[in-house]
Ligand binder design. Structure first.
Ligand SMILES: [Zn+2]
Length: 478
């Protein structure tokens, strides 16, 4: 409900430009939103579930029709993000993550989340947002160094997988903007025939989820909300009690019916973006595996994959394969289009082979003396596709470029067995038996969530026992 992360990174630039002059008009919101909505789709990825998407949009549009003097048209999408999150781009682009959908227990909760984001849009908080707090870690990556000196195209390649994970910790909305959006959400949902308590119920769930995840994941999600979640939950619970509302036809009052909409939703980390088996990373989307040096961080966006040294001074990136069979031809094109016009000095280039796959390798250097960087480019052909590796490491630490070369040499296509071992966890519904505990239900249904997490996801206490017949959200292996 606050962190745009990816999108806000560059949005900041646009905002900065806008603020340099006078306050931009609503047309600025529409233009900016349209631009960054493409970036969200490309880099965060959208959940392609037409039925669920239509359902979310139907709730959003119902709310939109109750916004007085509405300035913007709204669209609603589900982003492929495991952490509970929701955000909006200026101009009416509203996003909920699959993580927040999995956490909701009623249509009222979902309606309030959507309405909160619509509040940020209608009140034009992005356009008014003045300050950006900290610099994103992204700017310190070697990719950016390369981008500045060599070529923006190459810098972009190196930075792409880290944009999401490399943390864009820009300022969220201010306290008063969050409060304003909460108020807008509850007043608007009440008018639209939803229970405004959905806001406080969801904030409670988010608070519990946050506590559970504490220290486990660096992803901010709602962690950067201010005012603190419990305070917002209390404030919105008090406000809900003062708002008159009555349920309108078409809204869904039944918890079980609501939960059935979520059945099959992917939960947790998407293992297709890479899972480790020992030191080998299996990457289903890129259909390959490689050994990752000990201690290196890995990151993956839509397809592109990156590994970064513990000190953050060396990076190896594997891009989604392009069609082709001739690695040398691909390398020639790259030299012509990118390297030829750069300050990179090519030291060696030659034909190579990795595990029987034909390849081509270019070793290059950028800069002089101790501040120089070694660059390693490699192309490998497999099955009508060409994989391209780009590595960069400081000359001062030759072990790093060595580690990059070793990783490239360890590249292999996925085997059938590896491919079939990569499975997504999905949300399913189990019917509780009378007197059953969460622990007993989990054992019976092969629930992958811990007792604590199951309690949080279902909005119940850890030691609750079921009366029977209640639908319980669980996570199971696909
Ligand atoms: Zn917010």
């Amino acid at each position: 409900m606050v962190s745009v992360r990816t999108a806000r990174l560059t949005l900041l630039t646009a905002i900065g430009v806008a603020l340099a002059g006078c306050t931009p008009g609503p047309e600025w919101d529409r233009r900016t939103g349209a631009t960054y909505s493409r970036m969200v789709a490309d880099e965060m990825g959208l959940v392609e579930d037409p039925a669920l998407e239509r359902y979310v949009a139907s709730i959003g549009q119902r709310i939109a029709s109750h916004v007085p003097d509405r300035r913007f048209d709204f669209s609603f999408r589900i982003v492929d993000q495991e952490v509970p999150n929701a955000f909006a781009l200026p101009g009416g682009y509203v996003y909920v993550s699959r993580g927040i959908l999995a956490l909701t227990n009623s249509e009222d909760e979902l309606a309030n989340v959507l309405a909160h984001e619509m509040g940020h849009v209608e009140q034009r908080h992005a356009a008014r947002q003045q300050a950006a707090a900290t610099l994103p870690g992204f700017f310190t990556l070697p990719g950016t160094i390369v981008s500045a000196i060599v070529s923006p195209a190459l810098g972009d390649v190196l930075a792409s997988p880290f944009r999401q994970v490399g943390a864009v910790y820009l300022a969220g909305y201010g306290r008063s903007q969050e409060r304003e959006a909460d108020r807008f959400a509850q007043e608007t949902t009440a008018r639209a025939g939803y229970d405004p308590r959905g806001m406080s119920d969801l904030l409670d769930a988010l608070g519990r989820e946050e506590d559970l995840r504490q220290g486990d994941s660096p992803t901010p999600g709602f962690l950067d909300t201010h005012p603190p979640t419990p305070e917002r939950a209390a404030t919105t619970a008090r406000r809900a009690a003062t708002l008159a509302w009555s349920r309108t036809a078409g809204t869904e009052p039944d918890r079980a019916a609501y939960l059935r909409r979520l059945e099959g939703l992917a939960v947790g980390r998407d293992p297709r973006h890479g899972i480790f088996v020992g030191v080998r990373l299996l990457h289903a989307l890129l259909d390959c595996s490689a050994r990752i040096p000990a201690g290196w961080a890995v990151a993956s966006s839509r397809g592109a994959f990156g590994a970064m040294s513990p000190e953050g001074d060396a990076i190896l990136v594997l891009q989604p394969p392009a069609r082709g069979t001739d690695p040398q031809q691909a390398a020639d094109a790259f030299v012509r289009d990118v390297l030829a016009s750069s300050k990179v000095h090519i030291e060696r280039s030659h034909v190579t082979q990795v595990a029987g796959m034909p390849g081509y390798e270019i070793t290059a250097r950028l800069g002089n003396g101790d501040d120089a960087f070694d660059l390693e480019f490699a192309w490998l052909a497999h099955d009508g596709r060409i994989y391209r590796f780009t590595g960069v490491a400081p000359v001062a630490n030759p072990e790093l470029i060595g580690a990059i070369r070793a990783t490239i040499s360890s590249f292999r296509p996925l085997t059938e067995l590896q491919r079939s071992s990569i499975r997504v966890n999905r949300l399913h519904l189990a019917e509780a038996r009378p007197g059953e505990s969460i622990r007993a239900l989990s054992a019976r249904t092969n629930n992958l969530w811990s007792t604590e997490q199951t309690a949080v996801m279902n909005g119940i206490a850890v030691d609750d026992t079921f009366t029977g017949g209640q639908l319980v959200k669980i996570a199971v292996r696909d």
